[in-house]
Design a protein. Structure first.
Length: 136
């Protein structure tokens, strides 16, 4: 893997349904943090904002073709401080980097890949590991 450039442009495209990247999965810790952030008890949060898919994974609901927490007027995340690891680490996922470069799929979704700050191999690895650990 090599260094990668990335700069979030706050376009909000990563918060919209994008083919295979259309799902936001939550672990128990993330569900707890989001419920607390929203001032809801866990059961209310889960009933209101999530569903369990056919594989038993908890996912955030979408509104139309976007995350329920995306403010369409500002493209800002309504739960930014408590956002899931999947959101925190995007686009630094193993499936979006191939042979040390951004994949064409992630380039179509995210206008910030290939721009801005240069992230070292070590920084990229930290993000990728965080994503993998959240999946456990």
């Amino acid at each position: 893997m090599s260094e990668l450039r990335f700069e979030c442009t706050q376009c909000g495209r990563c918060c919209r349904n994008n083919g295979e990247f259309a799902h936001v999965y939550l672990n128990d810790r993330e569900s707890d943090a989001l419920a607390e952030h929203l001032g809801l008890d866990l059961v209310a949060f889960l009933e209101r904002h999530t569903f369990v898919d056919e594989y038993g994974w908890t996912q955030l609901r979408t509104t139309g073709a976007r995350c329920v927490f995306l403010d369409v007027d500002t493209n800002q995340c309504g739960v930014y401080e408590a956002r899931p690891t999947q959101c925190r680490t995007f686009p630094f996922w193993r499936e979006t980097v191939r042979d040390g470069a951004w994949t064409p799929e992630v380039r179509e979704i995210c206008e910030g890949v290939g721009r801005g700050r240069l992230y070292s191999i070590e920084e990229v690895e930290v993000q990728m590991r965080a994503m993998e650990q959240a999946e456990d």
